[in-house]
Design a protein around this ligand. Structure first.
Ligand code: G5P
Ligand code: MG
Length: 240
């Protein structure tokens, strides 16, 4: 795939139901636009669980139950990550009244996958850095459900596979490291339904928050392959 360059800094959030393809689209966008990097709040949490960090141990109960982890917990994790990537300055806190002027340099472009998840988290993020595009990804839930049982992940990197859609080159093995693939603890049908219920409860106020700011854009499709070209087209218009 040919790569493309941004002319403006893109600060993007991906919002969508569990399994809609946020991680899949983030990966495709990073391949097309090498200036982009992505942070997935779910990957950060799972890494913290794997490392047996105190925050991860607390978060695990919420993740296993398909609930959202408390705002303070996720905000601390995200703030640390944004600061370590220098996307926000190290002096920033989530209580700052107004964010510092963000870099206009296209190399300061990023995607947040799965954060913020609630209007309260969005307000806290506003106090750190202004987002200039919120992508709401929509696929019918009956289509998404069929994907969940076929998902396999390489836990250390967060790379995602699917035995029907994006199979690894060698069955059960990560393409890059050859290490074994595993299932996510929250990928059984019951837990997925709880995650979906949470999404239904929290996403409308979240999207409304960004609609009011004029940065919300919605894209629909029955598959990731249908959505990707629409995303690329929109990114061309806005940032390239
Ligand atoms: P996560 O990790 O953010 P979810 O539930 O939001 O989890 P998830 O499951 O990671 O989202 P996704 O990234 O939207 O889904 O989807 P994906 O991985 O790209 O695609 C799903 C599968 O379908 C893959 O196997 C992929 O290959 C396949 N696929 C993609 N497209 C297609 C297609 O077109 N066709 C087919 N057949 N297959 C396809 O959050 C996890 C937990 O962390 C906590 C919560 O507890 C949450 O439940 N958390 C937070 N808590 C509070 N606040 C936050 N901000 C939090 N963020 C995370
Ligand atoms: Mg994901």
């Amino acid at each position: 795939m040919a790569t493309r360059e941004f002319k403006k800094a893109a600060r993007i959030i991906l919002v969508g139901a569990p399994g809609v393809g946020k991680g899949t689209q983030a990966e495709r966008l990073m391949k097309r636009y090498p200036q982009l990097s992505a942070v997935s709040s779910g990957d950060l949490l799972r890494q913290s669980v794997r490392n047996k960090a105190p925050l991860g141990q607390e978060a695990e109960t919420f993740i296993r139950a398909g609930n959202l982890v408390p705002d303070d917990m996720i905000l601390k994790l995200i703030l640390d990550e944004l600061q370590s990537k220098r996307w926000v300055s190290s002096g920033s806190s989530v209580t700052d009244a107004a964010p510092a002027e963000p870099s206009k340099n296209p190399s300061a472009s990023f995607i947040l996958d799965g954060f913020p998840r609630t209007a309260a988290q969005a307000s806290r993020l506003d106090s750190l850095i202004p987002i200039n595009l919120v992508v709401s990804l929509i696929t019918p839930v009956n289509i998404i459900l069929s994907r969940i049982a076929s998902r396999w992940v390489h836990a250390p990197s967060g790379r995602v596979y699917n035995t029907d859609f994006n199979a690894p080159k060698h069955s059960g093995k990560d393409d890059v490291t050859g290490e074994p693939l595993t299932k996510r603890v929250d990928d059984d049908e019951e837990t997925w339904k709880s995650r979906l219920k949470k999404f239904d409860e929290t996403s409308q106020p979240l999207l409304e928050h960004y609609h009011k700011k004029g940065v919300l854009w919605t894209v629909k499709g029955n598959s990731s392959d249908e959505i990707t070209p629409k995303l690329f087209q929109e990114f061309e218009t806005r940032f390239a």
